[in-house]
Design a protein around this ligand. Structure first.
Ligand code: NAD
Ligand code: LMR
Length: 340
C-alpha cells in the first residue's frame, strides 16, 4: 500500500559512482563463474568490500538473478550481471581484478586432477577472452586443478603476447585459512592472531604448510601432532567433499578465502604497503617454474616473491616429495595449452 510506496527505493541509479567514496580509487572486479557455489557467496563478499566500485558477475547462465539480488545491498559497488559468451567481453572490459571460480567441482573419490578434462578447456577459453578484453587485469585463478590451470593461463597469455608474470595468481588462500584454523585449535592460541605460511601447490601432498614458522609459537606440539595437522591441511578439501557427499566441494570457506585474496590484490593496487599473502605464482624459489609461497603485493601485482625461510627436516622432506607431482601437473597444463 501507501506505506510500501513511500519506502520504496528510487528508480534504478545510473551506473557511475552512485555511492562513490572520495578516498578510494575506482576498481572493477569481475567474477567468472559467479552463479556457482563459490561464485555467489564470493559475489556477496566482494559487494561488501568498500574497495570495489564496480562488480561484474559473469556466468554461462543465471547471473541476472544473482546480480539483481546482490545489487540491492547498500554498499559502494555497482553490480552488473552478464550471461552467456556473447556478453563476456563487456563483463571483462576495464577490470582491475578478474576472479575465476568457473568449472566443475569434485565428487567423493575424485582427485582435483580428475577435473582437468573439463576445467582446462573452460579456463583456456576464459583466459583467451581476458587477454583480449582486459589484458592488464590481475587474474585470481580458483578453478581446479590449480596446479595445472595456472600454467594453462600463463601459456594462453604468452601466446596472446599479454603475459605478465606479476599479474597471474593461483589462489591457495584456502590452504592458509585451514592451516590457521587447525593450528589454532591444536596449539590453543587465539585464531585471529595466527599466521601459517603454506607453500608448494594446491592438491594433496603438494600443499605444504610450514608449521615450524607458525605464530604465535607453540611449545607443546609434538612431532606427531605436526604431522597430523599437515595431513589435515593437505586433505582439507577432501574432508569437505566427503561431508558434502556428492553435492560438490568447499564453497563458503573458499568464497571467504577468495575474498581475502582479492582484497589483498586491491590493497596492493591501491598502494597499501606490506600486503603479503601466499599464492601459486611464477617463481624461482625452487627449480619449478610455478610455486606457491609468500608474495608481496603492490601496484603492479607481484612486487616480490618471498623465499621459503628456514624449514624443519619434516618440511624439507615434504618439499622434496611434492616436487615430482607438482612438476607433472605444471607440465600437463603447459602441454594442454599448446596442443589444443
Ligand atoms: P559450481 O559447479 O557450483 O560452480 C561453477 C560455476 O562455473 C557454475 O555456475 C557454472 O555455470 C560456471 N561455469 C561453467 N563453465 C563456465 C564458463 N565457460 N564460463 C563461466 N562460467 C562457467 O562449482 P564451485 O563449487 O563453485 O567450484 C568451482 C571451481 O572451483 C571448481 O573447479 C572447484 O574445484 C574449484 N575450487 C577451488 C578451490 C581452491 O582452493 N582453489 C576451492 C574450492 C573449489
Ligand atoms: C579445496 O581445497 O577445497 C578445493 O580445491 C576443492 C577440492 O576439490 O578439494
Amino acid at each position: 500500500g501507501a506505506a510500501l510506496r513511500r519506502n520504496a527505493a528510487p528508480s534504478r541509479p545510473s551506473h557511475r559512482s552512485h555511492y562513490s567514496t572520495a578516498s578510494e580509487p575506482e576498481r572493477k572486479v569481475a567474477i567468472l563463474g559467479a552463479a556457482g557455489g563459490i561464485g555467489q557467496p564470493l559475489a556477496l563478499l566482494m559487494k561488501l568490500n568498500p574497495l570495489v566500485s564496480s562488480l561484474s558477475l559473469y556466468d554461462i547462465a543465471n547471473t541476472p538473478g544473482v546480480a539483481a539480488d546482490v545489487s540491492h545491498i547498500n554498499s559502494r559497488a555497482q553490480v552488473e550481471g552478464y550471461a552467456g559468451e556473447e556478453q563476456l567481453g563487456k563483463a571483462l572490459e576495464g577490470s582491475d581484478v578478474v576472479i575465476i571460480p568457473a568449472g566443475v567441482p569434485r565428487k567423493p573419490g575424485m582427485t582435483r586432477d580428475d577435473l582437468f578434462n573439463i576445467n582446462a578447456g573452460i579456463v583456456k577459453s576464459l583466459c583467451t577472452a581476458i587477454a583480449k578484453y582486459c589484458p592488464s587485469a590481475l587474474v585470481n585463478m580458483i578453478s581446479n586443478p590449480v596446479n595445472s590451470t595456472l600454467p594453462i593461463a600463463a601459456e594462453v597469455f604468452k601466446k596472446a603476447g599479454t603475459y605478465d608474470e606479476k599479474k597471474l595468481f593461483g589462489v591457495t588462500t584456502l590452504d592458509v585459512v585451514r592451516a590457521k584454523t587447525f593450528y589454532a585449535g591444536k596449539a590453543e592460541v587465539p585464531v585471529a592472531e595466527v599466521n601459517v605460511p603454506v607453500v608448494g601447490g594446491h592438491a594433496g601432498i603438494t600443499i605444504l604448510p610450514l608449521f615450524s614458522q607458525a605464530t604465535p609459537k607453540s611449545n607443546n606440539l609434538a612431532d606427531e601432532e605436526i604431522k597430523a595437522l599437515t595431513k589435515r591441511t593437505q586433505d582439507g578439501g577432501t574432508e569437505v567433499v566427503e561431508a558434502k557427499a556428492g553435492k560438490g566441494s568447499a564453497t563458503l570457506s573458499m568464497a571467504y578465502a577468495g575474498a581475502i585474496f582479492a582484497d589483498a590484490c586491491l590493497k596492493g593496487l591501491n598502494g597499501v604497503p606490506d600486503i603479503v599473502e601466499c599464492s601459486f605464482v611464477q617463481s624461482s624459489v625452487t627449480e619449478l617454474p610455478f610455486f606457491a609461497s609468500k608474495v608481496r603485493l603492490g601496484k603492479n601485482g607481484v612486487e616480490e616473491v618471498l623465499g621459503l625461510g628456514p624449514l624443519s627436516d619434516y618440511e624439507q622432506q615434504g618439499l622434496e616429495s611434492l616436487k615430482p607431482e607438482l612438476k607433472a601437473s605444471i607440465e600437463k597444463g603447459i602441454k594442454f595449452a599448446n596442443q589444443n
